[in-house]
Design a protein around this ligand. Structure first.
Ligand code: AP5
Length: 185
């Protein structure tokens, strides 16, 4: 199974992605975590991504597309995966479909979208202590989410792959809703 997880900052993507990967026994590809690891290790990708991530900006599409291509070529993800944090732009969404086709793999099965209000996004991020969780940076991440990511929901809805989840419910209720909606895929 191939799933992607969409949602704004603090929507619960990382929280639910970890649980769902355990439940479905599929590997997790967390793009945000991979970027933070690359920054900590100061790899070439890390050095390129750092100024964007620190300001809450999106890393350029070309860089992300190549990064995801390299990741999907690895053998541990040949049978399925769950990707958290990618795609985030219409271009990335289209390119992901092309990439899977190019790799001779089936398209994604579903896109799980956690819907939360701006207020909840902000308060959850402020309760953590990640470097990009300062108020003005969170605000910028939210702005970009509305500008660049919300439009791709339509892309998946049109393909009947969008599962919208109320991300403001308690964690276990979110999990229940995911399992119910996955039955329709
Ligand atoms: P990324 O790490 O993906 O950040 P994000 O999208 O802003 O998401 P967060 O990690 O803040 O939130 P989350 O939805 O995972 O919530 P979580 O489960 O942690 O990306 C970071 C940066 O990398 C981007 O800003 C960008 O610069 C760059 N980047 C990444 N992907 C890119 C791409 N494709 N293209 C270009 N650039 C890219 O939960 C948050 C908190 O809420 C936690 O404390 C959790 O315990 C709590 N919580 C979760 N669920 C619930 C619940 N149901 N009820 C109560 N509390 C909850």
């Amino acid at each position: 199974m191939k799933l992607i997880i969409l949602g704004g900052p603090g929507a619960g993507k990382g929280t639910q992605a970890q649980w769902l990967c355990g439940y479905l026994q599929i590997p997790l590809i967390s793009i945000g975590d991979l970027l933070r690891e690359a920054i900590a290790a100061q790899t070439e990708l890390g050095q390129e991504a750092q100024p964007y991530v620190e300001k809450g900006e999106l890393v350029p599409d070309e860089t992300m597309i190549e990064f995801v291509r390299q990741r999907l070529l690895m053998s541990d993800v040949s049978d399925g995966w769950l990707m958290d944090g990618y795609p985030r732009t219409a271009f990335q969404a289209e390119e992901l479909d092309f990439l899977l086709d190019d790799l001779g793999q089936k398209p994604i099965d579903g896109a799980i979208y956690f819907k939360v209000s701006e207020k909840v996004s902000i308060s959850r991020c402020l309760e953590r202590s990640r470097q990009d969780d300062r108020r003005e940076i969170i605000q910028r991440r939210i702005e970009l989410f509305y500008q660049r990511t919300i439009p791709i929901l339509e892309y998946y809805e049109y393909r009947q792959k969008l599962l919208t989840i109320d991300g403001e419910q308690p964690v276990t209720q979110v999990q229940q809703q995911i399992l119910e909606k996955l039955k329709f895929l």
